[in-house]
Ligand binder design. Structure first.
Ligand SMILES: Nc1nc2c(c(=O)[nH]1)N[C@H]1C(S)=C(S)[C@@H](COP(=O)(O)O)O[C@H]1N2
Ligand SMILES: [Mo]
Length: 300
């Protein structure tokens, strides 16, 4: 793969200053005057140290390969990811099958270190490589009447032992409002730690929307469809009372069966205490305007 490593965005760029500054800097700042603007919520010590390669590639959710956390690492090796093409259709100027190599030759790969918060109340920090979804959509040309983006995962029973079981209605589908899809934090990941994306993480191309629960970040994408109506999403179809279309990380809106106020960081060891979950997973400054005036309890 023609891998261009362009570290155009670092943790400092994507993280609110109050979050990025370490404890020593915060304390030094508080000792001085005029730091009122920094004295915000207690998120100042949240760190963005990436989880290990081992954690990120051995503790996965990818139900097409089984529902156990180690099933994807054990079973996804058999998935054929080349050749690969992504059909981009619906309300676009240039619908068609886009070849993965072709897409890669036109995109600039960046590193994005993002928090990943699963709806099951665990989290990791992942150093993705990828490009903005907006750039991919620009290849196809979004027509003005489009308002939503639908995504679909590969369905290939010969290589996906998990799809023999009706845990979900296959293929796995997800969706975003167009403005969410075009937001600069929304990326299509193609790698991890500068290496090609492992199959268990959604090779060769997977969505990453860091302010939403992990299940929105659909893996091994084969179709992207622009439309003017809200598309169905797998977990919402399966359990509509528990999983909404928006699925924004929100510590004040609990899952009907468990609290979302805190999370367990993977890699912290068996006895590590839970840490508070942040509004929009810590990306509030960047994305809250998308939801101005919306009732986030109703639109969960
Ligand atoms: N196609 C597909 N995409 C998926 C899933 C899945 O089961 N199938 N699981 C989701 C869930 S619940 C989470 S938390 C993330 C996990 O991503 P990771 O394994 O790379 O950490 O992938 C999401 N994308
Ligand atoms: Mo998840």
């Amino acid at each position: 793969m023609a891998y261009r490593w362009k570290n155009t965005l670092t943790a400092a760029d994507i993280t609110p200053p109050g979050v990025y500054l370490n404890r020593r800097q915060i304390m030094a700042g508080l000792a001085g005057a005029g730091v009122a603007s920094l004295a915000g919520p207690a998120v100042a010590v949240e760190d963005l140290t990436p989880n290990s390669w081992d954690d990120i590639t051995n503790y996965n959710n990818f139900y097409e390969f089984g529902t156990g956390k180690e099933d994807p690492a054990n079973n996804a090796g058999a998935l054929t990811t080349a050749p690969w093409s992504v059909t981009i259709d619906g309300m676009v100027e240039r619908p068609g099958a886009y070849d993965m190599q072709d897409i890669l030759s036109k995109m600039t790969i960046e590193e994005r270190i993002y928090r990943l918060r699963c709806v099951e109340a665990w989290s990791m920090v992942v150093p993705w490589n990828g490009f903005e979804l907006a750039d991919l959509l620009a290849l196809a040309g979004v027509r003005p009447e489009a308002r939503f983006v639908a995504f679909e995962t590969l369905y290939r029973p010969e290589e996906m032992p998990g799809v023999r079981y009706p845990v979900l209605d296959w293929p796995y589908v997800e969706g975003l409002r167009l403005d969410e899809a075009l937001h600069p934090l929304t990326i299509m990941a193609t790698g991890l730690y500068g290496k090609p994306l492992p199959n268990q993480n959604g090779a060769p191309l997977r969505l990453v929307v860091p302010w939403k629960y992990g299940f929105k970040s659909i893996k091994s994408v084969v179709r992207i469809t622009l439309s003017d109506t809200q598309p169905p999403t797998s977990w919402n179809k399966s359990l509509p009372r528990e999983y909404g279309f928006y699925s924004n990380v929100n510590p004040t809106v609990d899952h009907p069966r468990w609290s979302q106020a805190s999370e367990r960081k993977i890699g912290g060891g068996l006895f590590a205490s839970k840490v508070p979950t942040l509004m929009f997973n810590g990306y509030e400054r960047e994305v809250s305007a998308l939801y101005d005036g919306m009732d986030l309890v109703r639109n969960f």
